[in-house]
Write a new protein. Structure first.
Length: 144
């Protein structure tokens, strides 16, 4: 791709998700879509750089939290509902848990983290939850 002659060209999702840094990540499509202005996963050069910057080991926790929330918010409603958490857990466990186990874990997560009792996690709920997860920073990155 020649950015000199076509500065507005975008890298397609299919190309990005097959990069070695993302290829094995169960959230690779969601990661790319979360950084994509068009929401389809096509990235401009700046969006591509932003993605790897946020996913670097040196990115601030607050920035990582914002994008982690976006990645896990599958239905893009600015909340993590039970269905979002189920999809997240299934991807993390490679669908090795039974549906009943997934449901139980997700219900318990919401019960523990839902500060306002609306049966879904707002960004504030999520941020509060991950501040109690010491391994969040060490796991939410990509080695380049």
């Amino acid at each position: 791709m020649d950015y000199t002659n076509e500065p507005d060209c975008k890298l397609p999702l299919a190309l990005i998700v097959n990069m070695p840094e993302l290829k094995e990540n169960p959230f690779r499509s969601r990661i790319v879509e979360s950084f994509s202005e068009d929401g389809m996963g096509n990235l401009s050069f700046n969006e591509f750089v932003d993605m790897f910057s946020v996913l670097s080991e040196m990115a601030p926790r607050e920035l990582k939290a914002i994008y982690a929330f976006k990645i896990y918010d599958f239905n893009v409603d600015n909340y993590l509902c039970k269905e979002d958490l189920e999809k997240t857990l299934n991807r993390l466990t490679k669908e090795e848990l039974t549906p009943e186990e997934v449901e139980l874990v997700c219900e318990k997560a919401i019960e523990e983290a839902d500060l306002d009792g609306d049966n879904k996690l707002s960004y504030a709920d999520f941020e509060n939850m991950i501040t109690r997860a010491p391994d969040f920073l060490s796991t939410f990155h990509i080695r380049i």
